[in-house]
Design a protein around this ligand. Sequence first.
Ligand code: SF4
Length: 249
Amino acid sequence: MDTVINTLTPVTGRIHSIETCGTVDGPGIRFVIFTQGCPLRCLYCHNPDCRDPHDGKAVTVEELMSEVRKYKPYLRKGGVTITGGEPLMQPHFVAEILRRCHELGLHTALDTSGFVELEAAKSVLEHTDLVLLDIKSFLPDLYREVTHVPLEPTLIFARHLAQINKPTWIRFVLVPGLTDPEENVKGLAQFVATLSNVERVEVLPFHKMGEYKWQQLGLPYLLKDVEPPSPEQVAKVVQIFRDQGLKAS
Ligand code: SF4
């Protein structure tokens, strides 16, 4: 009886927004779904309005898929990316979206911090072609300072991705004066170099485009005096990853 009820009940979740022609979250042109809710509190978050899991809007998977279907012709060399917020806060919802995307023959990418319940994430990974794993720092104390949560779950998640040989891109946000200590970057590069499933590393320069959202939410933005890194600073960090034999840009 339970099975019948589950089959008939639409799977719903909460999203913040969608972007129909994204080009920065995975290969090619992508339909990007921003889910609502995130357990991290990153100092540089440019989507602080994605954090509250009760905010955003409730949608069914079918409603989302009817939007995806409209853009399918444009997504042939790209696909669908689910980001947030933290998509893995809603594993059942996200797994069902990605499963339906695979039914349409679309490539699927999952952008996550890896701060998740591994068991719950496994059903999502079954329908994920590429993981974009954001590792926000490598020194445990610094990771906690940047995100307000511990590092270890993300490392466990990263090692699991390697064990199942899931294609993965690592993303690291370079914030001058915060995430740029050499031992932090080098430690991360050395760790990532042990993961044979990692295809590339993306060094993302810190920017302040989301600062106005912090103001709108009445939250103190602690990085207001921090400037984005120079091209030279970015190049230096990219080189640290390359020195470990990684493809980085
Ligand atoms: S993981 Fe992303 S959405 Fe969550 S707080 Fe950090 S930057 Fe913001």
